[in-house]
Design a protein around this ligand. Sequence first.
Ligand SMILES: Cc1cc2nc3c(=O)[nH]c(=O)nc-3n(C[C@H](O)[C@H](O)[C@H](O)COP(=O)(O)O)c2cc1C
Length: 326
Amino acid sequence: MSPVLTTLRALSPESLAACLTAAVAAPSVHNTQPWLFRARGPEIDVMADLRRRLRVIDPDGRQLAVSVGAAALNLRVAMRAGGRLPVQRLLPDSVHPETLVTVFPGPFSPPGAGIRELAAAIGRRHTSRAPLCTSAIPWQVQQDLIAAAAAEGARLTGCAPVARDGLLALTRAAEETLHRDPAYRDEIAAWTGGPASRTDGVPVAAFAPRDATARLPLRDFGLGHPQPRRPDGARFERFPALMVLSTAGDSRYDWVRAGQALQRVLLTATVHGLAVTPMNQALDVPALRHLTGGDGAGRHAQAILRLGYGTPGPVTPRRGVDEVLV
Ligand SMILES: Cc1cc2nc3c(=O)[nH]c(=O)nc-3n(C[C@H](O)[C@H](O)[C@H](O)COP(=O)(O)O)c2cc1C
């Protein structure tokens, strides 16, 4: 660490608690919350909890690293909104590869309105799997989302109709392939439903409603918990707005950066009143993932996002900070 930074004060216990509370509000694959945190002097390590890796859909830990990256982004936003410039190191320690990001509080600096809006969106952001309104997303809003991804080193690309239809076909094929795999069914059953006291996993209230038209291939979280069929299915939008988040590389470093970019995009979308659903099934099937490559320029897709206006997603549970602080 540079001599200037070592002279900076650590966060107060209240500010540290606020940063960690923000971090654990991040989205994670199947709400596995695969993160641990360690405060060392002024530094905060954001670590992967490998026990929470999804062995079937995430054997190499890509989605785990994306999830941890999202938590680190929240931590940085909360630190910045609290008046300190966050400084981060990615993959800082080759001896402890589970530490994916170290963040420490840099100089004092009053936060601007933009960062305060992002920080305020952290608690409001939730994944929505409801039907969304297809009204066009204004050009300026799209530019803000693209800029949010670029600020974290990733690219967000809107899908023209042909690309959208191709992605939907791939997603449908992936969803069907996954359904046929008993190990996938077991894994999704293990991370869904459960008692109301459960603090991880996707609760039944967050499952998508039944699609009356069977057109939109959202991930079926109800696979392991067959729900009584509702008499009327929901009518999903016919032409969903899809965007692909991609990176130039596909290393652990790129996955963590992709997670930070994903979360900055999701918070920016929340500020603009947009609901978002990741539809990543095609990324879970290696034979299909390489067909989804961002804008086709040899890039690596890290998330496929459906966006629109509509009901915000329901609150999902989280483990408390005391459970994830080592
Ligand atoms: C890496 C990653 C992959 C995800 N993939 C999907 C997905 O394919 N389908 C989906 O409906 N939600 C997906 N999600 C959303 C999570 O299920 C969601 O973040 C988690 O259940 C917590 O809920 P919340 O976002 O409402 O806080 C993904 C999230 C992350 C970070």
